[in-house]
Design a protein around this ligand. Structure first.
Ligand code: RTP
Ligand code: MG
Length: 147
């Protein structure tokens, strides 16, 4: 089992795509164990994007991710990091394959709707930036009981 940090960015929230994105992740078989609509602080944004500090797009990245509410999520499952990255698609919406979230809904690199952790280590680091342990739940999936 692995956890990953996913975040519908301000453009995805503004465009009403939270439900569409959550539905795709659920159908893939990943399990949602934490979620909240929140305003990212500049301090959180700097920690989250530390690896991009010094790059030409760094300032824009901080401005954008703090520009409005995001939908922060923790998803769990086998190969959760890779599975989510596959559903999300390439960074540039134009290059992302149709059928992926970015390929279906994004055109640009800056406004690409969703963030997904790129490694197990970064996932755990990013979860720690946005969630307290007490905000995450643990539950068995037992579909037979509820249908
Ligand atoms: P993310 O972290 O958002 O899931 O996206 P990613 O792994 O596909 O892309 P990454 O290289 O980590 O870049 C983080 C975000 O920075 C913006 N970006 N702009 N050349 C550029 O102008 C440029 N490159 C990256 C994108 O919004 C990307 O999602
Ligand atoms: Mg990244």
């Amino acid at each position: 089992m692995e956890r990953t940090y996913l975040m519908v960015k301000p453009d995805g929230v503004q465009r009403g795509l939270i439900g569409e994105i959550v539905a795709r992740l659920e159908r893939k078989g990943l399990q949602l164990i934490g979620a909240k609509l929140m305003q990212v602080s500049t301090e959180q944004a700097k920690k989250h994007y530390a690896e991009h500090e010094g790059k030409v797009f760094y300032d824009k990245l901080l401005t954008f991710i703090t520009s409005g509410p995001v939908f922060a999520m923790v998803w769990q499952g086998d190969e959760a990091v890779a599975a989510a990255r596959q559903l999300i698609g390439k960074t540039n919406g134009l290059e992302a394959a149709p059928g992926t979230i970015r390929g279906d809904f994004a055109i640009h690199t800056n406004y690409n709707l969703i963030h997904g952790s790129d490694s197990h280590e970064n996932a755990e680091r990013e979860i720690g930036i946005f969630f307290q342990d007490s905000e995450l739940v643990s539950y068995e999936k037992n579909i037979q009981l509820w249908i």
